[in-house]
Unconditional design. Structure first.
Lengths: 352, 901
């Protein structure tokens, strides 16, 4: 690990000022950042520790059913907040499907949004990676592409965003609250991340020194609570990043879909919301035909970035299945092994 | 100065910049905090910060400032064990024990809801040994142990003698000691698969503060050796050097840097400037066999065999004739993947010069005696000046039948005259430690209409990687028992072990036989399907029986023979259990396809090459015994079994026998604990030593009392000479007075080798939409003779079967076309966790072996062999499709499964 300065600011504005100096990085729980620093993948010159900043670790509930989650709220605390889980079950399911209890005890909401890609070549400092070293080239091209993107990728970078949490969040219109030198601003999560283009090193719209304060979910998003699921295909039942995942949320009235929400994980460098597919379901009856059409639309633009065409078909199937599960209804109890396809369509699962 | 409250003790200390809490705690000698990965994947480092569990390897050390930190050492603060420690004790929820501290620290925080959902709650903790069954038992309050009663040791489920140390964090694994003045070694590893080193500039590295020395190929003895450890070093090719000027795989050592801290040594490695002349590389063994392929080793001038390190071939009967007689013939190529052992304790060694002017190497090895011989040869020092030993070893599975960390620390310590330590990272384990041999097996097999096999023809290509250690031995095993398991007059085979520029392969539980069992057991099923015969019936008709020739493709007389025979019983058990079912139904819906499969595996107990073990016993002044054995305890339970064998003979409690093992100074010679020899060879030595001990005691008692020998008998802690009772301590005192020492030493050698069987049955469901697999019912039956400790035997099988599932379903080392592993982390190259490991019902055939000690046979390895083919057969049964190549990960399956309609 490189040598670095360590700063522990007392207020948000001190933090923003400290982190505006080039070479700085915010440190939340460090479950991602420390791991990257150990491997020499990132080498910040100064760490600005935000973990003690006041006022960022609460969950505020609004009368309209919406809420505001402080950037320092631990993934575990959020997932186990009963009110939250009741209103946004797919988000809770996504959180619980990721990482391990020990990690979720530490990991923060802000850190989860900004965790870096798990692209193996990004992690391996001996490989060329445009994200790590702009202009260096990308060893993932022509390399192992099983876990790489099929949507929104560019010649410069074909990596994926690893977060589970962000997938239902983006489907449910989450807003990111940001504080920077020029003040506070709100950015919808949907436009928070940048696609790689020619500058894969720029991952989000954050400017130097900008700090995430909170994530807000609007009250309208709680209207999907009765029909919301997150489904994640992984190589190992437990504890692995998604090969492909999907968050599906529906509002249904007498068998007809009023509104649908759909986002995919593991397919692009950002959580991939697909509005055209959502729109195609409005007014339709729930069922395989509607869902399959939506899946086709969602993946219409997908292109393999290497030897990973299988992900396109897998994603279609996952979409159909997640929508079918959502249509049946959110299970009363969080399923054992959240987001696991081992569950029946009804969500019932007995694990042995 | 920051203040850290660790287990109620206050430390005023300052962590290194960027240090994680795990390494900081260990620098305070809190060694109960383990390292399995240093990346948040394994949970071995779990500690509590203010009462909540965290992976301490991902917590910056300064975060602990002002918090209450609790480690396993602090759990039993009052001296009273925590109920969870007690539960782990009663269930014996560990084998090597390396994961236990982290498991316990995680489990003590569980709420009832979490306890009801262990697959999810235990996501962050890995165990490679137990298959999680005993851990599940602990969390449900099951007691698996029986009391230690004099005279009842044989066949009793007694607790591991080191339980308390392991569960309280006091057990000392290889790296768990503080050594004064210690230096740290790190190596720079090759980024190229094949290159000649044309220059190394060490000046930058040497200028880094703390760096003490840099060693390259120019500095080391020019002696060729093999890192593989066997009794006879000639079975492995001498094809490597401590440091070489040619690198032959990505990950090979290029140079070693020794420094005052690990961080400085790492920085020194980064600062080395190496010039390489890139050489052409070859990764596919079939290509490597072609003329004109890049050559790896130039040493083979005589035979000019190119990259083929070893070819084994043979034929019995007339295979062409056999196929002509066949009614149905199946022919298919099957292949298996490389796999890493992932013993949770990585490789590591510490070397120093002692006050006795000798060199001492504390290491994590399955074969310290073989390592001692090899080290003496490579360094050119007399073996008597070298002491190699283990304390506790955190898992082996064949990965530590390899001398890969001892050599450089010993070399550096001799050069520098200071203690030197080297602990491997998890990434190094993946890219530079050995793996299972990747093998491709073509099987052609024919049978008559009634199922009688008339001919078998097997072609094996084994990728031994850049170095050939274990290459010929694993190939020999691959071409032996899986073929010998079936009675057939006409058999033929040819196998090649081939050098390529891949990570060298080595010994791995199942040792070559796993790979060809995978092929042959699927071929048997395919043939059964062609003939319309039930897979159990097909195996019963053809499996080798007492009276049959036990032969593969060679007719030379073999020393393998049946000391007992339980395969038919195993098949019956598995068939019965699968038919009976376990009440678990497949998930609802037409997306799930259900099927069942079976496979068997045969094992010759012990290697065909030499293997020797010694045991020494002494009666101590207090009337208890001391037992010294050369074999290694690495979670295989061998110390418990050895104590039980001795206690049984001497009619005493195991508590009254203390034991040391695997130490070239303090225990008798042992080839090494591999090839399933711990019980059948090491145990035999213990058996002989205990008998000799008893004879010695009774002979002295008879002389001492004047009572005829046949009137003297041993009774637990005393001897009766006629009616006179003499406690053993009195007897010892009497002996001492006349310089009688009550010490005996016996050696054992294994021949004939008996034969064990394992049968695995699987019922599973395949999800058509995603290609995922869910195991619904897993049954394993083992013919292992008399289980010396049934609980431990079951544990070994639980662990072996779980590893089999990992190999079949999950584990996947991915290399790119430059020979680089792209997923060298546990996060990306996964092993099964609790949720991925199905519960397996384990049964034992009721056999008592006539050859093995006290009726026992080997069983540490063979449980893994039938698992992957049984899974494959079940998938074929469910889907109608034959998947002939491992692993069965979702993306590889689903493309062939029909889309859901
Ligand atoms: C073994 C392992 C397995 C995992 N599995 C999963 C999984 O299956 N699914 C999943 O979704 N996640 C998974 N994770 C990721 C985990 O959720 C993230 O590591 C975690 O959420 C990051 O949070 P943190 O607080 O530790 O962030 P840090 O590591 O402290 O920071 C991460 C990044 O965010 C920046 N940052 C942090 N907070 C802020 C802020 N408020 N404003 C601006 N920038 C900020 C930091 O500068 C840094 O670049 C896994 C992680 C590990 C180690
Ligand atoms: S895909 Fe992106 S992250 Fe991966 S190596 Fe290429 S540039 Fe780097
Ligand atoms: S060592 Fe910390 S999780 Fe493995
Ligand atoms: S006992 Fe769990 S890793 Fe060995």
């Amino acid at each position: 690990m490189n040598r670095f300065d360590y700063i522990r600011p007392a207020t948000v504005s001190e933090a923003v000022a400290a982190a505006s100096v080039p070479g700085s990085a915010y440190l939340a729980a460090g479950t991602n950042l420390i791991d990257l620093m150990k491997g020499g993948v990132v080498r910040p010159e100064r760490l600005v520790d935000v973990s003690h900043l006041p006022g960022l670790d609460g969950i505020e509930h609004f009368p309209d059913g919406g809420l505001r989650i402080g950037a320092l709220v631990r993934n575990a605390d959020l997932a186990h907040d009963a009110d939250f889980a009741a209103r946004f079950p797919a988000v809770a399911e996504a959180l619980l499907s990721g990482a391990s209890p020990q990690l979720r005890n530490a990991a923060t909401v802000g850190g989860n949004l900004l965790q870096r890609t798990r692209c193996a070549y990004f992690y391996d400092v001996a490989s060329a990676c445009n994200k790590r070293t702009p202009g260096a080239g990308c060893d993932a091209r022509g390399g192992q592409t099983r876990l790489q993107a099929v949507l929104g990728w560019s010649e410069a970078c074909i990596a994926t965003h690893p977060s589970d949490f962000c997938v239902p969040l983006v489907a449910l219109d989450a807003i990111v609250e940001i504080e920077g030198r020029s003040g506070r601003r709100d950015v919808p999560l949907e436009s928070f991340y940048r696609l790689p283009g020619d500058t894969p090193e720029r991952e989000s719209v954050l400017e130097a020194g900008e700090l995430i304060l909170a994530v807000r979910l609007p009250g309208t998003a709680a209207a999907f609570a009765g029909h919301a699921r997150y489904l994640k295909v992984r190589d190992r039942t437990s504890y692995a990043f998604a090969i492909v995942s999907a968050a599906a949320a529906l509002q249904i009235e007498s068998g007809r879909i009023l509104q649908a929400r759909l986002a995919l994980g593991g397919v692009a460098l950002k959580p991939w919301r697909t509005r055209a597919a959502e729109d195609s379901m409005a007014g339709e009856i729930t069922g395989p035909d509607t869902f399959r059409r939506a899946a086709d639309i969602a993946l219409a633009d997908a292109q393999p970035s290497g030897d990973n065409a299988f992900k396109i078909e897998l994603a279609r199937r996952i979409v159909v299945r997640a929508l079918s599960q959502a249509a049946v209804g959110t299970p009363k109890r969080m399923p054992a092994l959240p987001a696991s396809p081992f569950a029946a369509v009804s969500g019932a699962i007995t694990y042995v | 100065m920051s203040r850290y409250d660790v287990n109620g003790r206050l430390y005023a200390a300052e962590p290194q910049p960027g240090e994680c809490l795990r390494s900081f705690l260990r620098s305070l000698d809190v060694f109960g905090v383990k390292k399995g990965c240093d990346a948040g994947d394994c949970g071995a480092c779990t500690v509590h910060i203010d009462g909540k569990p965290f992976h301490s390897c991902l917590v910056p050390a300064f975060r602990g400032d002002g918090c209450k930190i609790t480690t396993i050492e602090g759990l039993a603060e009052t001296g009273e064990w925590h109920p969870m420690q007690k539960a782990f004790h009663d269930a014996q929820a560990f084998q090597c024990g390396f994961c236990a501290a982290g498991m316990i620290m995680t489990a003590v925080t569980f709420t009832d809801a979490q306890r009801a959902d262990l697959p999810h709650a235990l996501k962050g903790n890995l165990c490679r040994c137990t298959g999680y069954r005993s851990i599940n038992d602990a969390l449900h309050g099951t007691c698996n142990i029986e009391p230690d009663v004099a005279g009842n040791a044989l066949g009793a489920s007694l607790a591991n003698p080191f339980t308390s140390e392991i569960l309280t964090g006091r057990a000392r694994y290889t790296m768990d000691i503080a050594v004064a003045n210690l230096l740290h070694l790190k190596v720079l590893r090759s980024p190229h698969a094949h290159a000649r080193i044309t220059g190394i500039d060490r000046s930058q590295a040497l200028s880094i503060p703390g760096v003490v020395a840099v060693y390259t190929w120019e500095d080391v003895p020019k002696r060729l050796f093999s890192s593989a450890l066997h009794e006879d070093h000639l079975v492995d090719p001498d094809d490597m050097m401590l440091l070489d000027d040619v690198v032959r795989f990505v990950g090979q050592r290029v140079a070693a840097v020794v420094a005052e801290t690990e961080a400085a040594a790492e920085a020194g490695c980064r600062a080395l400037e190496v010039e390489y002349e890139i050489l052409p590389a070859v990764f596919d063994p079939v290509v490597a066999m072609q003329p004109g392929a890049p050559q790896l080793h130039a040493k083979d001038h005589l035979s000019n065999s190119g990259n083929i390190f070893c070819t084994l071939a043979g034929e019995i009967g007339d295979v062409a004739q056999g196929f002509a007689e066949a009614f149905a013939i199946h022919e298919q190529t099957y292949s298996t993947t490389r796999a890493q052992h992932v013993h949770l304790e990585t490789h590591g060694s510490i070397a120093w010069k002692g006050a006795d002017n000798r060199w001492h190497v504390r290491t994590s090895s399955q074969a310290p005696f073989a390592a001692q011989k090899k080290l003496a040869y490579v360094m050119g020092i007399p073996a008597r000046d070298l002491h190699v030993f283990t304390e506790r070893v955190g898992g082996g599975f064949g990965g530590k039948q390899e001398m890969v960390s001892e050599d450089l620390v010993l070399f550096a310590t001799i050069k520098l005259n200071r203690p030197v330590s080297w602990e491997w990272t998890r990434e190094e384990e993946f890219i530079a430690a050995t793996t299972r041999h990747q093998m491709t097996t073509k099987v052609k097999i024919g049978a008559r209409k009634d199922g009688t096999i008339t001919a078998m023809d097997v072609e094996v290509v084994s990728n031994t990687g850049a170095y050939g250690g274990h290459g010929s031995e694993t190939l020999g095993a691959a071409m032996a028992s899986p073929i010998a398991a079936y009675r057939c007059k006409n058999k033929k085979g040819i196998g090649h072990a081939v050098y390529t520029n891949m990570t060298p392969a080595g010994g791995f539980r199942g040792y070559g036989a796993s790979q060809t069992t995978f092929a042959i057991e699927q071929a048997i099923d395919e043939l059964a399907v062609l003939l319309g015969i039930d897979p159990f019936a097909m195996r019963r008709r053809n499996v080798v029986m007492p009276g049959d020739n036990i032969e593969s493709i060679w007719q030379e007389p073999s020393d393998a023979s049946f000391g007992s025979h339980g395969i038919d019983e195993c098949l019956d058990i598995v068939e019965r259990e699968l038919a009976k079912g376990n009440g678990i139904v497949k998930p609802e819906g037409a997306d799930w396809l259900e099927g069942q499969g079976v496979a068997l595996a045969m094992l010759e107990c012990g290697p065909p090459t030499e293997h020797r073990s010694g045991a020494e016993m002494r009666l101590l002044p207090n009337g208890t015994y001391h037992l010294a054995c050369g074999s290694t305890e690495m979670g295989n339970g061998i110390t418990t079994a050895h104590k039980q064998i001795a206690a049984h003979i001497l009619g005493t409690r195991i508590e009254d026998i203390d034991i040391i093992n695997a130490d070239t100074d303090r225990t008798p010679y042992d080839t090494g604990t591999f090839a399933s020899t711990g019980t059948v060879v090491g145990g035999k030595a213990v058996h002989l030593a205990a008998e000799a001990m008893m004879a010695d005691i009774l002979a002295f008692a008879s002389r001492h009392t004047g009572v005829a020998l046949d009137q003297c008998r041993l009774d637990n802690d005393a001897v009766f000479c006629g009616n006179r009772r003499l406690s053993l301590s009195e007897l010892h005192a009497a002996g001492t007075a006349v310089d009688h020492r009550f010490s005996v030493n016996r050696r054992a050698y294994l021949s004939p080798r008996t034969i064990a069987f394992n049968v695995q049955g699987v019922r599973l469901a395949v999800q058509r939409v995603t290609g995922e697999i869910r195991v619904l019912h897993s049954v394993h039956a083992a013919d292992i003779g008399k289980p010396i400790n049934p609980m431990q035997c079951r544990g070994q099988l639980d662990g072996a079967v779980a590893m089999g599932y990992g190999w079949a379903l999950i584990e996947n080392m991915v290399h790119d076309d430059a020979g680089r592993m792209v997923n060298p982390q546990l996060r990306n190259c996964r092993i099964p966790s609790f949720a991925d490991t199905p519960h397996t019902d384990v049964f034992f055939a009721n056999t008592i072996d006539a050859i093995g000690p006290l009726g026992a046979k080997s069983q540490g390895e063979c449980g893994i062999n039938p698992v992957a083919p049984a899974v494959a057969n079940a998938i074929a049964n469910a889907t109608g499709l034959r998947f002939a190549h491992l692993p069965f990960t979702p993306d590889r399956l689903f493309a062939r499964l029909a889309a859901h309609s």
